[in-house]
Structures are given as structure tokens and as C-alpha cells.
Design a protein around this ligand. Structure first.
Ligand SMILES: *Cc1c(COP(=O)(O)O)cnc(C)c1O
Length: 369
């Protein structure tokens, strides 16, 4: 077991008292006043009008696709360089994912290849854009394309709560957007997610489906197949106190990114994840690439050296077009994501990471060069 994790939960005395207050109130169910408060908080923070708290980000994406009418035989565009949960819900609905490569400026979906996919594919029902590692994709170009081709856009902002693009919050730019509060994300409810939108009808429909599609009558009437996807009110209590700490967390994670960047600036072959001019990231994880031709070491050796010292470091997400489960899916491009996966890694970046521990990580990375 590592001593220093990539992104562990950061729990304070305020979280203890917030959860304890929920227990005292006896609202121990997937309904209650803390859910409403947490939903308004996240809607406010993401610049959206409506929100529904769910038991995971994956459930949020599933419902987003469902309320947009995605079904069997449809196609949905998704970036290749992301976590599998960005694509799995497409398959839950019997639809087909079409993968699009990254561009090197932000590591997110390449608008040029997105245009190719929109031009060539028939029956695209939605586009999912991911703001990887807390930095927004090139949204101006992506939004323009989705408007031009009249395809709804879903933002997978699971990793990007608190980030923004040209001053617009992550989560405010798509038809629907979602956040994750899994244990490793910038704020956590242990497990949890939130679907947000300016469209009240879509959020109401998602909330209805998330609560077993129960009609508002006493005798259990059902006209649709529902899900049990709502967040517990107890966990919403944790979400409220975590959200109140978001700005501090972004500042700490940013300080990690900057300290790592300065400490590695003299190491040849090391390139930090680029930050684009338009993006104001939340610095969820510090990522970098190591070019073995220049560095005299490689990503795997650095991860192994950190592992020997009890420090968790991980490769960049393995692209979905390379995953066995998606081997028959179509993909536009792929070389950029493949190169990032081959040479890229993430370093411990948690908001509870101490400076002493960060210095140890830096010393071990440097010792590999
Ligand atoms: C964490 C994550 C998800 C899934 O969120 P869960 O709450 O774990 O279901 C989806 N997309 C991305 C990019 C993620 O990092």
C-alpha cells in the first residue's frame, strides 16, 4: 500500500460536523434538505440553473444520454483519451461510441477530427466532450461544430469542477453537464455525481428516472422503466462542506502543479501538461510527459522508482480505442492519445499532500535523470 496517494480524499473537522448534522436531522434517505442545498451549491458554482444529485458521475452521464433520447443504434461521439466511464453509458443504451483523438494543446478532443466525424458519420445523436485532468477542451470550436451540425453537447466535467474556459465555468457550456464526487476527485461525497443544465425539463426528467420513474401519486404508479440513481442526503451533507472548501483545494493543487513544473524545468525530455490561454483549470492532477529519447529514462522507470518509495503515480488514461472492450469501435485519429498514453504520467496532487511529501516526490523523480 502506498504512503503517498495520487489524489486521496481530503476530510476536515467541518466535514465531520456537516455529516453529523445530517444524522442528527434524521434525513437519512435519498431525499432531504441537504440534497437541495448541495444541488443549488453546485448549480451556482457551475453557472447553471438546475441540478440533480446522483449516486455517481456514470449514472449522471447515463441519464444525460437517456433524456436526450439516445437509444439503440444511435451513435455518440466521445474522446478516446479518457476514463472508460465517459463511454460506457453509451453502450448501456445500445448506442455506439465513435472515438475522436486528442489535440496536443489541451490533450482534449481535437475539433478538426470532431468535424471529420460529424461530416462522415450518419446518425450522431450526441457529442460528449471531456475536460481532462481539470482543463477545459477547446470549447469555442467544439460548440460551433455542435451548433452547425445540430447535435447536443454533453460536458463530462467529472474532473473539472471549478475550472473555466474564457471565464465560463466548466459545466455551463453543454446542453447537459455532469460532475463526479468519487473519492479521488477534487471534492468527494465518497461516491456521487451531479447532472446540471439550464433546461429545467431535462433535469426534472432525469430526477424522475433516477427515482424509479415513480409517478407523483400514493399508489406506486409507473409509466416508464426507472433507475435507483439518487444521491443519499447523508452524502449531500458531506458534499456541502467539501464544496465550501473548493477554492482552497484549487489553489493547493495549482501550487503543486507549479512547484513540480519549476523543479523539473531543467530536466530534459520532461514536458508538463500544457495549459491553454483560454483555460483556467482546477489543476486536478499534475501530469507530464517524458520523452525517453532525450531524457535517458522513461515514464515506467519513474513510476517504478516512486512505487518503490511508497508513492503512487499512474500513467495517463489508456485511450479507449486501444481498449479490448472497444476494439471494434470506430475511431478518428488516435496517434496523439497513444503518444500521451505511452509517455505521460500523473503525480501525487491531492489537496492534503504536504510540502514535505511533495519534496520527496520531486527528489525521487529527479534521481531517475
Ligand atoms: C471519475 C470520472 C467519471 C465517472 O465518475 P464516477 O462518479 O466515478 O462514476 C467519468 N468521467 C471521467 C473523465 C472521470 O474522471
Amino acid at each position: 500500500m502506498p504512503r503517498i496517494y495520487l489524489s486521496p480524499p481530503d476530510i476536515s473537522a467541518l466535514d465531520h460536523s456537516s455529516v453529523s448534522a445530517v444524522l442528527t436531522s434524521n434525513w437519512v434517505a435519498p431525499v432531504g434538505p441537504h440534497l437541495n442545498e448541495f444541488e443549488s451549491g453546485v448549480a451556482g458554482r457551475s453557472g447553471t440553473k438546475h441540478a440533480v444529485a446522483l449516486n455517481s458521475g456514470t449514472a449522471a452521464l447515463h441519464l444525460a444520454l437517456k433524456v436526450l433520447g439516445v437509444g439503440a443504434g444511435d451513435k455518440v461521439i466521445c474522446p478516446s483519451l479518457t476514463f472508460a466511464a465517459s463511454a460506457n453509458p453509451i453502450c448501456y443504451l445500445g448506442a455506439e461510441p465513435i472515438f475522436v483523438d486528442s489535440e496536443p494543446r489541451t490533450w482534449n478532443m481535437d475539433p478538426t477530427l470532431l468535424e471529420q466525424a460529424l461530416e462522415q458519420e450518419e446518425g450522431i445523436s450526441a457529442v460528449i466532450v471531456v475536460h481532462l485532468y481539470g482543463q477545459c477542451a477547446e470549447m469555442d470550436a467544439i460548440l460551433e461544430l455542435c451548433q452547425r451540425y445540430k447535435v447536443p453537447l454533453i460536458e463530462d466535467a467529472a474532473e473539472a469542477l471549478g475550472a473555466s474556459y474564457r471565464g465560463r465555468p466548466a459545466g455551463s457550456m453543454g446542453e447537459l453537464s455532469f460532475f463526479s464526487f468519487n473519492g479521488n476527485k477534487i471534492i468527494t461525497t465518497s461516491a456521487g455525481g451531479m447532472l446540471v443544465s439550464d433546461d429545467e425539463k431535462l433535469i426534472k426528467e432525469a430526477e424522475y428516472l433516477a427515482t424509479q420513474a415513480r409517478e407523483p401519486v400514493a399508489h406506486y404508479e409507473h409509466k416508464a422503466i426507472g433507475y435507483n440513481y439518487r444521491m443519499s442526503n447523508v452524502l449531500a451533507g458531506l458534499g456541502i462542506s467539501q464544496l465550501a472548501d473548493l477554492d482552497r483545494r484549487i489553489a493547493v493543487r495549482r501550487a503543486h502543479f507549479e512547484a513540480y513544473g519549476e523543479s523539473f524545468s531543467d530536466l530534459s525530455g520532461v514536458v508538463m501538461m500544457p495549459i491553454s490561454e483560454e483555460a483556467d483549470p482546477n489543476y486536478w492532477l499534475t501530469c507530464l510527459t517524458i520523452d525517453p529519447e532525450v531524457a535517458g529514462t522513461d515514464r515506467n522507470k519513474v513510476i517504478a522508482a516512486l512505487g518503490d518509495a511508497g508513492i503512487e503515480a499512474r500513467p495517463i488514461w489508456k485511450p479507449l480505442h486501444m481498449q479490448p472492450v472497444f476494439e471494434h469501435s470506430r475511431a478518428y485519429g488516435g496517434a496523439c492519445a497513444e503518444r500521451l498514453y505511452e509517455h505521460g504520467m500523473c503525480l501525487p496532487s491531492g489537496s492534503s499532500l504536504s510540502e514535505v511529501d511533495r519534496e520527496e516526490v520531486i527528489a525521487i523523480v529527479r534521481s531517475c535523470f
